[in-house]
Design a protein around this ligand. Sequence first.
Ligand code: GDP
Length: 613
Amino acid sequence: MEAPTLGGMRVRKGNGETVRLSRGSSLTDFAEKIGLDAASLVQMLFHLGEMVTATQSVGDETLELLGEELNYVVEVVSPEDEDRELLESFDLEFGADEGDEDDLVIRPPVVTVMGHVDHGKTKLLDALRGANVVAGEAGGITQHIGAYQVHTTVDGIDRRISFIDTPGHEAFTAMRARGSQSSDIAILVVAADDGVMPQTVEALNHAKAAGVPIVVAVNKIDKPEADPTKVRGQLTEYGLVPEEYGGEAMFVDVSAKAGLNLDKLLEAVVLTADASLDLRANPTQDAQGLVVEAHLDRGRGPVATILVQRGTLRVGDSIVAGPAYGRVRAMLDEHGDELTEADPGRPAMVLGLSAVPGAGQNFIVVEDDRMARQIAEKREARERAALQAKRRVRRTLEDFMASMEKGESQELNLILKGDVSGSVEALEDALAALEVGDEVALRVIDRGVGAITEANVNLAAASDAIIIGFNVRAQGKAAELADREGVEIKYYSVIYQAIEEIEAALKGMLKPEYEESTLGQAEIRAIFRSSKIGNIAGCMVIGGVLRRNAKVRVLRDGAVVADNLDLASLKREKDDASEVREGFECGLVLRNFQDIKEGDIVEAFEMKEIPRG
Ligand code: GDP
């Protein structure tokens, strides 16, 4: 293979060796790894038709393409792998228990409550939490810290269960989007008066995809129209067969409102855990786990609710949580009581971190503050770089057209949030009524009343959805998170406007039709040869206008000799010009075409999209 040359410049090629680059690396990062100067990579990429700056973060494909060109095998390292390597470099490992079998002790299951909207998830979480408050305990008030633990007695033995206190599969998805699994068991809530609904199925699929056993809470059995048998029949059709029908899933009829059978539900969770899971952890090692929720508290600074997965977390431990680090200054449980230690399966609110970590990020106890800071700083730098790359790949409403052109996305996922349920329904109905043909699909994957939350953003990020806010705004850190995750949030206050834009985007998802429109012509009067930039054509614009980013063709004696070319540059005098009008001289360079002659006509045109009726 010959060395690629650029205007006479020779670029040293590799011998097929592997270069490891983090996702979101820049050309400067790449150049450093292979001992080239970044400018030559910029130029090379430019030659390949992409224009980026040396420090700009570029996508995986670009890095790989460039690698191929230079005869290197580029290996883009995922953030997860990289993090593992980072921890390894400090002799740490996340995710595995230390020691052997004898060191493992049974730990409580961690449970997520999922199900269709209004089927009683929140009510059930509240009821379970409330029913478990030991009489006389600190006024009996529990706080929402994102997770809580309850006790129940099964076969005369006291057992504990930890609940993730965010209803819905959003929290679940957020964790999974980060590659971590927080929950061991899912409680699927189905209202007995309503039966299986779309989000029931969605939740079921989420749990199945994660390989998490399901316990079904058939709720609202206090209602006269409740039909728990029907729910069993419906779920059987989805492959979730009740034990009493010979299947594996435990179904418990409950009423969150009346507090009926809550103990039976807890028992079912424990029995399911015992039957199908081996939930044990080493409580004696340094603690590790996940961040469930975190926020910035005005008085206390960053506050994170963590879930210990293995080891025991103690006040005074040095920890790293995502890009945050610090020493555990204090730990509180869901009753606001101070904890001195938290064992596996225990959620706890931790004070003392340097920053607010994200939900789903892991935490790990390390030797000392210095190590914690070093790891956190490396992670932070990496997150920043990865963010830039991510920003470029995530979708915006406008991007849909482009991705459709490439034959990619034919599904527009939306999350609708509105001020009142009426407006959300109206919006959803109107969207459902849109006629856009069979080629593209619009899917409302979640809807709800109230501000746009972090959970909404996480779900959007996990399912590549766009969030529509109708008369509501993003709450708290949701906007920041959306920005970080590259999730687009569109705000509207007029329904038809929202509909119009979405309709336009959907139509854009249909393959756009284009027609050509001629912009202008220039005659080549002189040619200057440059070894560096190629042949420069000195032209006179003889009609219309030449635009820098227009497409051009070359005509010779009325015949087309080259078509659909790009301009590599367009200059007036010495300056770059975005356009040059009739009667003016200009200098231009054609990309990938050097065979020009005096007297040739350069015709500029653009492809205009024909609006769909
Ligand atoms: P979520 O959207 O799934 O979190 O549902 P909520 O917990 O907000 O409950 C929706 C509505 O159903 C509320 O008005 C609750 O009071 C009501 N609800 C929840 N559980 C029960 C129940 O067991 N019986 C009755 N009758 N109503 C319930």
